[in-house]
Ligand binder design. Structure first.
Ligand code: FAD
Ligand code: NAD
Length: 477
């Protein structure tokens, strides 16, 4: 094993592997250390995202959506079908996708000349790294530059300690081998909604207990309100303003005790998912003398360019401030190594898209209306409903809307919020427009293919100037 590298990355999640691949592409001698062991007992690459996060959850979301669509929506468009589900095969499909993609990162490492070191990395002073492999002798490595990308882990709550496969976190909730009849979820955030949807679509009665009185306060209020109504229609029983007091495993499932403003309640479920957020993971990462500091919330402290307090040591992804999203971490990793190579990229933190992969999907970029109000920024709004979009109706997908917020003075797009079919894909149009500093008028003057879902984006942009064609524009005084 070589002991000296230009760049050593600790963590091979999306942030770390993207940084390592780009560093090698730029001619730097690069190693990437990761300690993860996959479901098959072998070292794996791809971190949370590929093994226990983005990818497996989307495999189950897509499969469960197809099942629910066949059973519940096909009849409305003249197809009579009754399909059944084989959960074990669905999980096996998910595992096969994970294997293919994690193996793909291995192939990319090999193809680009990144050395994969399977084991634990710990940063010491002077960019020395104590590497403890899963097999073989520990070694001290020397790096010209270090990139820390150790990611995050789920946080628990004392009243609901994880218990075998009954009270589980998101990782356990991707492994149920049969559909629970009654499923409880603590937390109506991204994971609660996505995994609650998966098992709800497959037939579970889902109750989601959320501490806050407001549903999805990070999203635009109109989008959150419409989404809450739609999820209720789909059978997700979302109870806001609740406080879980205890959860005990009984013979037949879990007994949950919670309070809301009406008093004490009991809820019996077969499985309980705890999805109340994630925290940065720094256990065993830093020797006493590493020179890297944490902020008051336990994240590695970095500046705008992801530099830590230790010279030539950078940190990226879930372990640093900002949203815990794979694409945000990847961009940070690429920025760091491109700057090492003398390029000058920046991450535009105002243009990080967020997506919740429910059906309909929720996606947004930029500011929400409540943020603009709080900032005292004058803005104008354009909205267009998918119910007035020919392609959406043809596809029986008329639920939701596109909402665009633009600066009242110069018309620059400040935020775009979508509830609707393929919102995860549509939002990319808004990200590109905002990256190029587009005005709502720029989008309005752009030609969109007909009939497409994208026309809802076009019409919402036209609506800001009162020029939408397929809806009656609000009169402006
Ligand atoms: P991670 O992916 O967590 O990777 C860190 C890696 O470093 C791990 O393999 C870890 O074992 C390793 N490591 C840590 N410390 C050490 C050490 N000292 N030595 C060696 N190795 C170490 N994000 C999205 O953008 N879109 C989604 O659709 C999405 N869906 C998600 C669904 C679920 C169920 C979950 C849980 C998360 C989801 N996320 C999603 C979030 C996404 O997974 C994270 O934002 C992303 O994985 C963070 O990437 P990272 O590289 O910073 O860290
Ligand atoms: P989250 O922050 O999205 O949601 C957690 C929810 O739990 C919040 O609504 C919070 O108010 C609630 N909560 C907290 N404590 C509670 C308690 N004691 N009782 C009841 N409710 C409580 O966190 P998450 O859903 O766990 O997801 C973690 C991270 O993973 C997120 O930051 C997200 O960015 C990332 N993720 C992203 C995606 C995606 O991009 N589609 C998917 C899954 C996860």
């Amino acid at each position: 094993m070589d002991l000296s590298y230009d760049v050593i990355v600790i963590g091979a999640g999306p942030s770390g592997y993207a940084a390592a691949i780009r560093a090698a592409q730029l001619g730097m001698k690069t190693a990437c250390i990761d300690k993860s062991i996959g479901k098959n007992g072998e070292p794996t690459l791809g971190g949370t995202c590929l093994n226990w996060g983005c990818i497996p959850s989307k495999a189950l979301l897509d499969a469960s959506h197809k099942y629910a669509e066949a059973n519940e929506q096909f009849a409305q468009i003249g197809i009579d079908a009754k399909v059944s589900v084989d959960v074990e095969r669905m999980i096996a499909h998910k595992d096969a996708v994970v294997d293919q993609l994690t193996g793909g990162i291995g192939a990319l490492f090999q193809g680009n000349g990144v050395t994969h070191l399977a084991g634990h990395g710990r940063l010491q002073a002077g960019r020395r790294i104590e590497f403890t492999p899963h097999e073989g002798e520990a070694a001290t490595l020397q790096a010209g530059h270090v990139i820390l990308a150790p990611g995050s882990v789920p946080v628990g709550i004392p009243p609901a300690p994880l218990t075998d496969d009954v009270i589980v976190d998101s990782t356990g909730a991707l492994e149920f081998l049969e559909v629970p009849k009654r499923l409880g979820v603590i937390g109506a955030g991204v994971i609660g909604l996505e995994l609650g949807s998966v098992w709800g679509r497959l037939g579970a009665d889902v109750v989601i207990l959320e501490a806050l009185e407001d549903f999805l306060p990070v999203a635009d209020p109109r989008i959150a309100r419409d989404a809450l109504r739609e999820f209720g229609r789909q059978g997700l029983d979302i109870r806001l303003g609740t406080r879980v007091m205890g959860a005990s495993v009984a013979k037949a499932g879990v007994k949950v005790e919670y309070q809301d403003k009406e008093g004490d309640h009991k809820l019996d479920v077969d499985k309980l998912i705890v999805a109340v957020g994630r925290v940065p993971f720094t256990e065993g990462l830093l020797a006493q003398d590493s020179g890297v500091n944490l902020d008051e919330r336990g994240f590695l402290f970095v500046d705008d360019l992801c530099a830590t307090d230790a010279p030539e040591v950078y940190a990226i992804g879930d372990v640093v401030r900002g949203p815990m999203l794979a694409h945000k971490g990847m961009e940070e990793g690429i920025m760091v190594v491109e700057r090492l190579a003398g390029h000058k990229p920046l991450v535009n933190y105002d243009c990080v898209p967020s997506v919740i992969y429910t059906h309909p999907e929720i996606a947004w970029v930029g500011k929400t209306e409540q943020e603009l109000k709080a900032d005292g920024e004058a803005y104008r709004t354009g909205q267009f409903s998918f119910a007035a979009t020919g392609r959406a109706l043809a596809a029986n997908e008329g639920t939701g809307l596109v909402k665009i917020l633009a600066d009242a003075d110069n018309d620059r797009i400040l935020g775009v919020h979508i509830l609707g079919p393929q919102a995860s894909e549509l939002i990319a149009q808004a990200v590109i427009a905002m990256e190029f500093g587009a005005s709502a008028e720029d989008l309005g003057l752009t030609m969109f293919a007909h009939p497409t879902l994208s026309e809802a984006v076009h019409e919402a942009a036209l609506g800001i100037g009162g020029n939408a064609i397929h809806m009656v524009n609000r009169r402006r005084s």
